[in-house]
Design a protein around this ligand. Structure first.
Ligand code: NDP
Ligand code: GDR
Length: 356
């Protein structure tokens, strides 16, 4: 393997969950890391602030630049200036339900944005120098065709997000074949962490469990409790992204744990770690999660969280990644949920100490 010390990476979506873990991982390997962040009216760098050091002093080789996936000239300039050996394209409007409200924007950022990055590599004549990682997703599988889902399972997208990501997937394959770019799709199943955005279901649940246990919230409202997901830990998955970029030939890989759980099961486990045993009553819209100790209703269904089309069951087959990349997951579901709940409990307690 080549010396990582002289390598430069450019990460889009640096301020997101995966961007922050990947930046830590690459810095640890000796990379110089550049990240693209969006201009925002409030701070959006909370997940990477600990990596940033004042450029006037010697610190980590970590730099952030303003940019946007919808702004081609900006992306071309940033790639030209940073001359990356590896680009990790993680930026996206990544919320499936939001994509039903903003389908055009989602297509622009998640679909065309990927093409803009690849086209920039080509325009700058960097096809031989720069490798490209695309954050593809298990949402491509969508409506169940077969289980477990692998690299050969047919796609059937069920949201504007997934349709935009299908475009991105195929444009990566096409640029690889047409221009010989080292470009890969990581087809990643759901991965979570204490840094997960608060509106994704796992974090919504662990945060609510912590807040309810600490008396800061009364109830949690959720949508489809029967949806099943193959949930892993983001730290394991960023390692897989990097491994895909270190191979002799570019190829596409599924990363998954091979286990699946319902949203209801996720709730059970999170509340248990927060010290509350739940019992379930009713079904459909009337389903309720009840505190076994005192009978309080803590979880209810709110139809506003149902999606116009749903992905009911995801369970991935990571055999190819295991055999060809030597990749495996270290965190299991139980350890993941425990870490998330403990982090959210600590956050509630910290919040208490600063409140008047
Ligand atoms: P997040 O939502 O946490 O992060 C998304 C990142 O993209 C943020 O940095 C966000 O910036 C940035 N972004 C959004 N819109 C734009 C834009 N127009 N221009 C530039 N940057 C933008 O996602 P994750 O870290 O969880 O996921 C990373 C990638 O992997 C995404 O592409 C996602 O679709 C994909 N993926 C995620 C999986 C998961 O389970 N986490 C599974 C499979 C794929 P800001 O902070 O300003 O919002
Ligand atoms: P997903 O993640 O759509 O799989 O996309 P999310 O956590 O949003 O939903 C998982 C499942 O839980 C059900 N659900 C709810 N979801 C949310 N967000 N809020 C709720 O209140 C709620 N109640 C039930 C959903 O219907 C769904 O079935 C994530 C994102 O990170 C994508 O970017 C990524 O590509 C995929 O994972 C793999």
């Amino acid at each position: 393997m080549t010396n990582q010390k002289n390598k430069t990476a450019l990460i889009t979506g640096i301020t997101g969950q995966d961007g922050s873990y990947l930046a830590e991982f690459l810095l640890d390997k000796g990379y110089t890391v550049h990240g693209i962040k969006r201009r925002s009216s409030s701070f959006n760098t909370g997940r990477v602030d600990h990596l940033y050091t004042d450029p006037h002093f010697n610190g980590l080789p970590f730099y952030m630049h303003y940019g946007d996936m919808t702004d081609a000239t900006n992306l071309i300039r940033l790639i030209q200036e940073t001359q990356p050996d590896e680009i990790y394209n993680l930026a996206a409007q990544s919320h499936v339900q939001v994509s039903f409200d903003s389908p055009e924007y989602t297509a622009d950022v998640d679909g065309l944005g990927t093409m803009r990055m690849l086209e920039a590599i080509r325009l700058l004549g960097m096809e031989k120098k720069t490798k490209f990682y695309q954050a593809s997703t298990s949402e491509l599988f969508g409506k169940v065709q077969e289980v477990p889902q692998s690299e050969t399972t047919p796609f059937y997208p069920r949201s504007p997000y997934a349709v935009a990501k299908i475009y991105a997937y195929w444009i990566v394959v096409n640029y690889r074949e047409a221009y010989n770019i080292y470009a890969v799709n990581g087809i990643l199943f759901n991965h979570e962490s204490p840094r997960r955005g608060e509106t994704f279901v796992t974090r919504k649940i662990t945060r609510a469990a912590a807040r309810i246990a600490e008396g800061m919230q009364k109830k949690l409202f959720l949508g489809n409790m029967d949806a099943q997901r193959d949930w892993g830990h983001a730290k394991d998955y960023v390692k897989g992204m990097w491994l895909m970029m270190q191979q002799d030939k570019p190829d596409d890989f599924v990363l998954a744990t091979g286990q699946t759980h319902t949203v209801r099961k996720m709730c059970d486990l999170a509340f248990k770690h927060a010290g509350i045993e739940l019992a379930w009553e009713g079904e459909g819209l009337n389903e309720k999660g009840i505190n076994k100790t005192n009978g309080d209703v803590l979880v209810e269904v709110d139809p506003q969280y149902f999606r116009p089309t749903e992905v009911e069951l995801l369970i991935g087959d990571p055999t190819k990644a295991r055999e060809e990349l030597g990749w495996g997951h270290e965190y299991d579901f139980e350890a993941l949920v425990k870490e998330m709940v403990e982090s959210d409990l600590a956050e509630v307690q910290r919040g208490r100490t600063v409140e008047p």
